[in-house]
Design a protein around this ligand. Structure first.
Ligand code: COA
Length: 167
């Protein structure tokens, strides 16, 4: 256990990803609406790879992907602080995703704000980045509300993305 294993905001509780979260991740990965702007639904094999990659990130770096619960303990989504290679430069990115029934309540902005704080205060990163697709207007709005600024266009896994950075 590290002190980053869990944290909370006013309306969300974040818990470190473990192998026990497979079904929770799977329910988001297989949801066509949730995955619409993330490359489409993943197969079960792709979810397993995604989990393995994110579990290794925790082992290697002591931070990574958290599952999010609402104040009643129901699974609400996930969020992440993760190393990201941006065109040869090591960055730390923040990311978030909520089950569709939680959209439109300011929750992504709430968790992104806390991730940004953790990135600065706990990980001591001079800046935190985020990438999102051109058509993910909701996510771009979250980043702006969180205080990140568009920096440039980048390719990520051969898909054009917008790169935002904290200032
Ligand atoms: C993107 C996502 C995280 C937003 O979560 P959320 O909790 O609804 O976000 P918030 O309520 O904090 O803020 C959303 C903002 O985007 C705006 N917005 C959402 N969809 C929009 C759209 N299609 N066009 C314009 N604005 C949009 C909202 O109005 C709100 O802005 P406002 O507060 O100024 O009105 C959520 O839709 C999601 O989980 N999507 C699937 C996963 C994903 O795409 N993650 C991001 C990967 S980069």
């Amino acid at each position: 256990m590290t002190f980053l294993d869990s944290f909370a905001t006013a309306r969300l509780r974040a818990e470190r990803l473990t192998t026990h979260h497979f079904d929770d991740i799977r329910s988001m990965d297989s949801d066509a609406t949730y995955m619409a702007l993330l490359g489409g639904p993943r197969s079960a094999a792709e979810t397993r790879l995604y989990m393995t990659r994110n579990l290794h990130h925790w082992d290697d770096h002591g931070f990574g992907l958290w599952m999010l619960r609402d104040t009643d303990g129901r699974m609400a989504g996930r969020c992440v602080l993760r190393h990201l290679d941006v065109e040869g430069t090591d960055e730390v990115e923040l990311g978030y995703g909520l089950h569709t029934q939680y959209w439109g309540r300011g929750l992504a902005t709430e968790i992104a704000t806390e991730l940004l704080r953790l990135g600065r205060v706990v990980l001591h990163r001079p800046s935190i980045v985020a990438i999102t697709r051109h058509d993910n207007i909701g996510s771009q709005r979250v980043l702006v509300k969180t205080g990140l600024v568009y920096e440039r266009d980048v390719d990520h896994e051969d898909v054009p993305h917008l790169l935002y950075r904290s200032v």
